[in-house]
Design a protein. Structure first.
Lengths: 115, 112
């Protein structure tokens, strides 16, 4: 079974600075998809970014970008120019590309933004 | 607007009572899911359904039951057999295979 590990239960960043959240995963598959979700205090889960394993180029969405290292099975999220609204729980998730319906989530990283 | 609606937002029940959490979607998605979220545990899959009248157990199905009589609806019943039912419950849907999930706003269940 696939596992997703987020080794940083909590992190903090100064407003306007950059922070990187770590995620590693364990899989024997070559085709899969990875996601980062944000859960603010409202608890609504919001998709931040998506990465297809077959794409070498790292995904980017405005201030959010990933560092996808397929060989190392690493999928970190970089948040640039951090804003107060970025404070949230962040979850890394994995889904197999072999016709799967099941997302596997990490345990999350709580990000605090210091004004 | 399309989306997933969970109700109620907060739910209180006495120990030993069954309780049903509602989840409705108007996204025309085939698959629907129930997750349980506890502090420090991330999201754990309870049940999922790929099509109407069919569903599969997830990692923590014991003490829960579901039905999928309509494509739009996937209610979750927390039975008295669930040892520790107090938690935050999230419903989600996906349009098909290998895609990201779309989530409802969750239901906070407290059993006293």
């Amino acid at each position: 079974a696939q596992t997703v590990t987020q080794s940083q239960p909590e992190m903090s960043v100064q407003e306007a600075e950059t922070v990187t959240l770590s995620c590693t995963y364990d899989t024997s598959e070559s085709d899969y998809y990875l996601f980062w979700y944000k859960q603010p205090p409202s608890r609504q889960m919001i998709l931040v970014i998506r990465q297809e394993a077959y794409k070498q180029q790292n995904a980017t969405e405005n201030r959010f970008s990933v560092n996808f290292q397929k060989a190392a099975k690493s999928f970190s999220l970089k948040i640039s120019d951090s804003q107060l609204g970025d404070a949230a729980m962040y979850f890394c998730a994995y889904i197999s590309g072999a016709g799967s319906y099941q997302l596997t989530f990490g345990k999350g990283t709580k990000l605090s933004v210091i004004p | 607007d399309g989306g997933i609606t969970q109700s109620p937002k907060y739910l209180f029940r006495k120990e030993g009572q069954n309780v049903t959490l509602s989840c409705e979607q108007n996204l025309n998605h085939d698959a629907m899911y129930w997750y349980r979220q506890d502090p420090g545990q991330g999201l754990r899959l309870i049940y999922y359904s790929q099509i109407v009248n069919d569903f599969q157990k997830g990692d923590i199905a014991e003490g829960y039951s579901v039905s999928r009589e309509k494509k739009e609806s996937f209610p979750l019943t927390v039975t008295s057999a669930q040892k520790n039912p107090t938690a935050f419950y999230l419903c989600a849907s996906t349009p098909g295979l290998n895609t990201e999930a779309f989530f409802g706003q969750g239901t906070r269940l407290t059993v006293v």
